[in-house]
Design a binder for this molecule. Sequence first.
Ligand code: C5J
Length: 228
Amino acid sequence: MRSVPARPYDFMLQPEKAALLIIDMQRDFIEPGGFGEMLGNEVGRLGRTIAPLKSLLAAARASGMLVMHTREGHKPDLSDLHESKRIRGRGTVTIGDPGPMGRILVIGEPGHDIIADLYPIAGEPVIDKPGKGAFYNTELADLIGTHGITQLIVCGVTTEVCVHTTVREANDRGIDCLVLADCTGSYFPEFHDVALRMIAAQGGIFGWVGESSGVIAALAAPAEPAAN
Ligand code: C5J
């Protein structure tokens, strides 16, 4: 048990029961010249998460913690894409169409892949998710059960969409989530701030909010005895 400074109160990290879950750090969302930028978003607002995430990922790997990555996307035949999601944006381009880095949000296309700085290594599960939440229509619940995970350190993009949906799904499954402010990001800074406030409000209604430095320090610190 190691305490991590967090809102609304310190998070008691149990590294052997915790996993790092990195949500959708995909080229099309993050990189200049990708689909996110093509839609007019300021992708630099997500890029600030990369450096702290790199340090956190290195610390998690060094500690032996389970690391899992997700990617939002669909099968090439789009059989897992609801029509409502496909047409929702009423844009000139949508999921499955050619984009700047291949077919948009299609598995196997360059833009769908995870950025090089955070690329998964052998043994780290990569969960392809067709929805916003990482539990919907994926193997995540099974993985968590198999590994005996009861805590998730949640990072990635975007704070108010896929990160928030996943945290809510995890919360309803009895899993404690620590969301890291410096390792999550949104194209809309005000949404990021409010999304994090929503998580920690009302005594931590969806979980805790901390910083990567707190987790890195806790992973390096000796374990504290559990309170009786
Ligand atoms: C994610 C999105 N990953 N904003 N997707 O949040 O559509």
